[in-house]
Design a protein around this ligand. Structure first.
Ligand SMILES: Nc1nc2c(ncn2[C@@H]2O[C@H](COP(=O)(O)OP(=O)(O)OP(=O)(O)O)[C@@H](O)[C@H]2O)c(=O)[nH]1
Length: 275
């Protein structure tokens, strides 16, 4: 309306291709922002900013085909102002996006820490897993602190599982874990080692003192009147145990192996006696 069409031979095709390319790419950006970002303030700002930029690009392309009279200089302002406004909006949107990412990262870090903490806890008994004990023993080794270890194993647990069911088995494991923890001293620690086996840590404790605590635990477990869902009649359980006083500078695997082997030997002896 305000200008005159240029003759085809006066067109600068390099400019036309360059400016047309900018318009095309801006449209692709708009498409990808729509496709990849959730709706919200940042997305709206980005889209509006890019649209302003697109308007400037279109007007810029238009003046490759149309020449404006000198007194219509305001048309050049109309061409440049949306681009500036659009860039301003996009800069503000990018800042908001940065803030958004920052908050998201903080949340992810918190969630990751939560899962890392909870991945160390056994789902059935709510005790720490054996890996936690290994970490603790390794720390203890570096500080050169002597300690005692005990390993507890519920007798005939596989048969109990078969006779009743694994839900009752899980409940028994949980109750045994609770009794164990209730009978520990302030600084002792119980972890689930594997299956029906528990490992107990007694820092700065001689074997005879640790033995006293373990005997209290096994006695308490033997008095547990566990009532399976199927029968509701009390079933009692014995627990086998082994103890080892760990010398300074013993690594975690070696310490655990010592007490585990002792328990295996005791079970074999008992089985041989039963035969
Ligand atoms: N319910 C339940 N059973 C489990 C779980 N983890 C392991 N078990 C079972 O525990 C049993 C352990 O078997 P064994 O190591 O032979 O233990 P046991 O029958 O007490 O035998 P002894 O140790 O020789 O007295 C296996 O049947 C496993 O399937 C668990 O989380 N829940």
């Amino acid at each position: 309306m305000n200008g005159q069409l240029k003759a085809i031979e006066t067109l600068d095709w390099l400019d036309v291709v360059g400016e047309g390319g900018i318009i095309l790419m801006t449209s692709v950006w708009i498409f990808f922002i729509f496709a990849s970002r959730p709706p919200g303030r940042v997305t709206t700002l980005l889209i509006v900013g890019l649209c302003c930029f697109l308007i400037s690009g279109l007007l810029d392309l238009l003046d490759e085909f149309v020449s404006y009279p000198n007194d219509k200089f305001w048309l050049y302002w109309v061409e440049s102002l949306p681009a500036f406004f659009g860039m301003f909006l996009m800069t503000w949107a990018l800042y908001q996006w940065h803030q958004e990412q920052f908050k998201l990262n903080q949340q992810l870090c918190r969630r990751e820490a939560f899962y890392r903490e909870h991945s160390q806890i056994d789902f059935v008994t709510q005790l720490y897993r054996a890996d936690y004990m290994r970490t603790l023993l390794t720390l203890n080794q570096s500080q050169n602190i002597p300690y005692s270890l005990a390993m507890l194993d519920i007798d005939n647990f596989a048969a109990f599982n078969r006779r009743y069911n694994t839900n009752d088995g899980d409940r028994l494991l949980r109750e045994v874990a609770e009794i164990t923890v209730m009978n520990l001293r302030q600084n002792d620690l119980a972890c689930r080692y594997a299956g029906d086996r528990f490992i107990l840590f007694f820092p700065q404790t001689h074997l005879c003192d640790a033995k006293l605590v373990v005997q209290q635990i096994t006695q308490a477990i033997s008095h547990l009147a566990f009532k399976p869902q199927k029968t509701g009649k009390a079933v009692y359980h014995d627990v086998s145990y082994a103890l080892a006083e760990i010398k300074q500078n013993t690594d975690a695997e070696n310490a655990i192996a010592q007490v585990n082997q002792k328990l295996e030997q005791q079970k074999m002896i008992r089985q041989a006696q039963a035969c």
